[in-house]
Design a protein around this ligand. Structure first.
Ligand SMILES: [Zn+2]
Length: 327
């Protein structure tokens, strides 16, 4: 009988599918796509012409997470790990990388996440790509930067209790950032205004992380409260996805949870879009506002495709087990 084995494979595949969704793939793609429309006239032509690329590649960093060593910590920061009871973790943790390394060591920072510093670094790399007028690099870095910015806007990306595993709420990560956007994101208002110049990307992303973290108590408390009120046979439901049947939070539970949180999910998504556009714009301004229309003909589609193929192979060949922190 090989049935048990098949079941194991089946469950593993579902788990993988769930793990790969952050902001749902759906949310990440939407955030990068909508960020294009925040850009000024000098930039929007280039990005609009490549909107399918920046949309599709919004999820690359999550695909890499399980294949590339050192990738995972770029998606989160467990800021509460660093504070003792009653302390404000944002006062305890130095904002600058070298000060933080001095205080905690690089190994510790890598273990508990580095998303703010990674966003600041990527903004610098994107600035350099604009300076070099390297169209391919601009597209690649813009898409990836969008992903990490969006991750920093998710409350559960700022805590050691990232999947409710410390409070008996396992699964809450996917509920908040995948299930809810999937059910509701078509109705969000995506007009967030124009991209703004950000003087200090590092300060801005730290502020975003702090805001995300300030929502954490509500994220956890409301789920706990609903779980107490809604019987578990109504909390979960079986749904057919393609060829398979999966157990997940019922629509009713997810939507009630969503409504109890007010506009939190929508507003974190809107702020993500705003900051993605603003950091693309900031990098371009810092690079001396190169003429992007001239770069339109210089995109090497073959090279982009090869890079894509390379990453796909990497993912297949080398599945490094990383910590299970979800996307
Ligand atoms: Zn991620």
């Amino acid at each position: 009988m090989n049935k048990p084995k098949n079941i194991t494979v089946f469950i593993a595949l579902i788990a993988l599918g769930v793990l790969f969704q952050s902001w749902g793939f759906y949310g990440h793609r939407r955030i990068n796509r909508m960020a294009v429309f925040t850009l000024p006239p000098e930039m929007i032509g280039f990005y609009k012409a490549n909107i399918e690329y920046v949309t599709a590649h919004a999820v690359d960093p999550d695909k890499r997470r399980y294949a590339v060593e050192g990738e995972a910590p770029k998606h989160f920061i467990d800021i509460d790990h660093f504070a003792k009871e009653g302390e404000d973790p944002f006062k305890v943790m130095p904002k600058y990388w070298y000060e933080a390394v001095n205080k905690y060591s690089e190994d510790t920072l890598q273990a508990y996440g580095i998303v703010p510093w990674h966003v600041a670094n990527m903004t610098r790399w994107l600035t350099k790509a604009f300076e070099e007028k390297d169209a391919n690099k601009i597209l690649y870095l813009s898409s990836n930067l969008g992903h990490y910015i969006a991750d920093a806007h998710v409350p559960l990306h700022t805590t050691e209790n990232y999947n409710g595993q410390m409070t008996g709420q396992k699964g809450i990560h996917g509920l908040w950032e995948s299930r809810i956007p999937e059910l509701t994101a078509d109705d969000y208002d995506y007009l967030v205004g124009r991209a703004k110049y950000i003087k200090s990307p590092l300060n801005a992303i730290w502020k975003a992380v702090e805001e995300s973290h300030s929502h954490l108590d509500s994220v956890l408390f409301i789920e706990k409260d609903l779980t107490r009120k809604i019987p578990s046979d109504q909390k979960y439901a079986f749904e057919t996805r393609g060829m398979s049947t999966v157990r997940q939070y019922s629509q009713e539970f997810a939507l009630t949870y969503y409504r109890r949180m007010g506009d939190m999910v929508e507003s974190r998504m809107r702020k993500s879009i705003e900051m993605v556009g603003s950091l693309w714009y900031t990098a371009w301004v810092n690079a001396g506002q190169p003429n992007l229309d001239e770069l339109l003909g210089k995109i090497d589609h073959k090279e982009l495709q090869e890079k894509e193929e390379e990453e796909r192979k990497l993912l297949e060949e080398k599945k490094v087990k990383s910590r299970e922190h979800e996307e």
